[in-house]
Write a protein that binds this ligand. Structure first.
Ligand code: PNS
Length: 161
């Protein structure tokens, strides 16, 4: 049986920590859906389509192999997407106990709602301090984000527009 996993997130923008988790998950599951989800609790920097495109470019830059689909979802529950595509697993990157506390209730609710299990994955410790919100702040104040994001993201953020 083909095992499909979904890696959901705001990815605003995708960071090196996200790419690390995507690479590890791609090595475990038969098919991966990297899903850009609008999070109404956050003020967005990048349009959804741009986030999808930057994730695709960043996966290519990292040379990650496997059956990986990058797409977005804006209607209904995350587990509805999982059910629609036959995915039984969500993958979430965990940097600290703060992430565990944030993710645990959502993992239990997603299992209650649709039987979708959540796998917590640890990124390389080199990335545990990296977050999209930190990158947005550094970029908006003119700082160098290259240590934290893939090259396509840094190029995009540092291009004046
Ligand atoms: O990168 P983020 O912002 O931490 O990602 C959070 C996200 C988008 C994965 C989370 O907000 C989410 O799962 N949203 C889907 C809405 C949903 O299904 N909620 C009910 C069950 S938790």
């Amino acid at each position: 049986m083909s095992r499909i996993a979904v890696v959901p997130g705001s990815f605003d923008p995708v960071t090196l920590g996200h790419i690390d988790v995507i690479e590890r998950a791609a090595g475990i599951f038969d098919q991966l859906h990297v899903l850009v989800v609008h999070n109404p609790g956050k003020t967005a920097l990048l349009p959804i389509a741009q986030r999808v495109s930057l994730i695709q470019d960043s996966i290519a830059e990292a040379g990650i192999k496997g059956d990986i689909l990058v797409t977005s979802w804006s209607v209904g529950l995350l587990v509805d997407y999982c059910t629609d595509v036959g995915a039984s697993v969500l993958v979430k990157g965990i940097r600290s106990q703060v992430d565990v506390a944030y993710e645990t209730p959502m993992a239990i609710v997603n299992r209650d709602l649709a039987g979708v299990e959540t796998v917590f994955m640890l990124p390389d410790p080199a990335h545990t301090h990296v977050s999209s919100s930190l990158v947005r702040q550094v970029a908006s104040l003119g700082g160098d984000v290259r240590p934290y994001v893939p090259t396509p993201v840094a190029d995009y953020l540092q291009t004046p527009r």
